[in-house]
Write a new protein. Structure first.
Ligand code: ADP
Length: 265
């Protein structure tokens, strides 16, 4: 697998995610830098997952949910009318909180399935791509002798790396992570964090985490969201977006400081 960085930039312009009539998050404007890790933090319900799901058109898969505004992947608006959401989701992959190891499939097939859907059927090419993806997800050495065993036989941390391998297999430019370590023990968490730092060399990464230490450890930039109830309806709001070192030492917004010091959330 090539290690050429994808250099993908995402620019979020005036993004407004709705659930039915309710605006979930006030207009978001953010530029996500290429080959950096951008963390999204904030208390429960501030819209972290909602905003993340808007970045690869997953939000609209929820009944009644819709989006206004633009998300530019490099120079292309992923919400333009002629854009196929399936292709967007291949370019901007997503790894979820719970690892997804497909129950009825082997470790090999867990990865090959996405490749077949992308039109790759040649056995040799499939085998090469499965191996390259497992290597890139730091899982190859642990599974190379049991590729035909069920994916579900792996530990939680290994299943999460299998999910990452599946995402990498279809050659994304950006990978979104929604609380990827919240179901994992500290050692498995450390392995995923090391892997994220490695993947950053090639991919642009956005991670939602409720774990502030994790954001501080691995991210380059941090976006802080809060819940605003001023008008009586709880609505998410982006209060600060800065380099992570600044967010954690000299935040611009007093609400960031309150959150980081544990006074809210
Ligand atoms: P976070 O990830 O920060 O915990 P979410 O993005 O899950 O926050 O939620 C933001 C807001 O959107 C919350 O008020 C939540 O209740 C609402 N919300 C989330 N998912 C749905 C849904 N499927 N239907 C309706 N409202 C939702």
């Amino acid at each position: 697998m090539t290690t050429t960085p994808t250099q993908a930039t995402i620019e979020i312009r005036n993004l407004k995610p709705y659930y039915g009539k309710r605006l979930a998050v006030r207009p978001v404007n953010m530029k996500i830098e290429p080959n950096k890790i951008t963390a999204i933090i904030g208390p429960s319900g501030c819209g972290k997952s909602t905003v993340l799901r808007c970045l690869n058109r997953m939000h609209e898969t929820i009944l009644g949910a819709r989006v206004e505004g633009q998300v530019m992947l490099n120079d292309e608006n992923i919400y333009a009318p002629d854009v196929d959401p399936m292709l967007v989701r291949r370019k901007i992959g997503m790894v979820f909180q719970q690892p997804i190891a497909l129950r009825t499939r082997s470790i090999f097939e867990n990865i090959a399935i996405g490749l077949r859907l992308a039109g790759i059927n040649d056995k040799r090419v499939l085998a090469e791509k499965v191996e390259a993806s497992l290597r890139a997800a730091a899982l190859w050495d642990e599974v190379k002798d049991k590729l035909n065993q069920a994916g579900t036989a792996l530990s939680g941390g290994q299943q999460q790396r299998l999910s990452i391998a599946r995402t990498i297999a279809v050659a994304p430019e950006v990978i979104l992570f929604d609380e990827p370590c919240s179901a994992l023990d500290p050692i498995s968490t450390m392995k995923i964090e090391d892997l994220l730092l490695d993947l950053r060399k090639k991919y642009t990464i956005v991670i939602v985490t409720h774990n502030m230490q994790q954001a501080a450890r691995i991210s380059d930039n941090t976006a802080v969201f809060m819940v605003d109830t001023d008008d009586g309806v709880p609505t998410g709001v982006l209060v600060e977006y800065n380099p992570t070192s600044k967010v954690f030492t000299q935040p611009d917004d007093p609400r960031t400081e309150d959150y980081i010091s544990g006074r809210v959330g």
